[in-house]
Design a protein. Structure first.
Length: 124
């Protein structure tokens, strides 16, 4: 009798696990252009956290090649490249120093132009 009870509980747990894996979605990172604009504005204003920034810089954006190019520019800002050194650490809640935020302002301006050229879709 104990064997049947243990078997039933184990079978129930395995069935629930299989159902969760079958019907569940895998987590994805698909930010919109407006989400990234808000994130970059937060960096300029000092309200974006280091964790949010690291998530954006650390994960590739496969669904939007133009947004991926913006992310690459932000990686170059953080880590430096052949032309410019890495941006310095900021003070008082800012992620970057003034020179880094000025370079980020140019990236935000390009992102705003990208958003302005984005086609508008309406569902009727």
């Amino acid at each position: 009798m104990e064997f049947i009870a243990a078997f039933a509980v184990t079978l129930l747990v395995l069935c629930l696990m299989a159902a969760a894996l079958h019907f569940g979605r895998s987590p994805t990172y698909r930010p919109s252009r407006q989400d990234i604009q808000r994130l970059l504005q937060g960096v300029l204003e000092g309200s974006t956290t280091r964790e949010q920034w690291d998530l954006f810089v650390g994960l590739p954006i496969h669904h939007d090649p133009e947004l991926e190019a913006i992310r690459h520019r932000c990686v170059a800002l953080q880590e430096g490249d052949d032309d410019l050194p890495a941006a310095g650490e900021g003070l008082d809640g800012y992620l970057f120093d003034r020179a880094g935020r000025e370079r980020l302002t140019a990236i935000v301006a390009d992102l705003k132009q990208l958003i302005a050229r984005e086609p508008v879709y309406r569902k009727f």
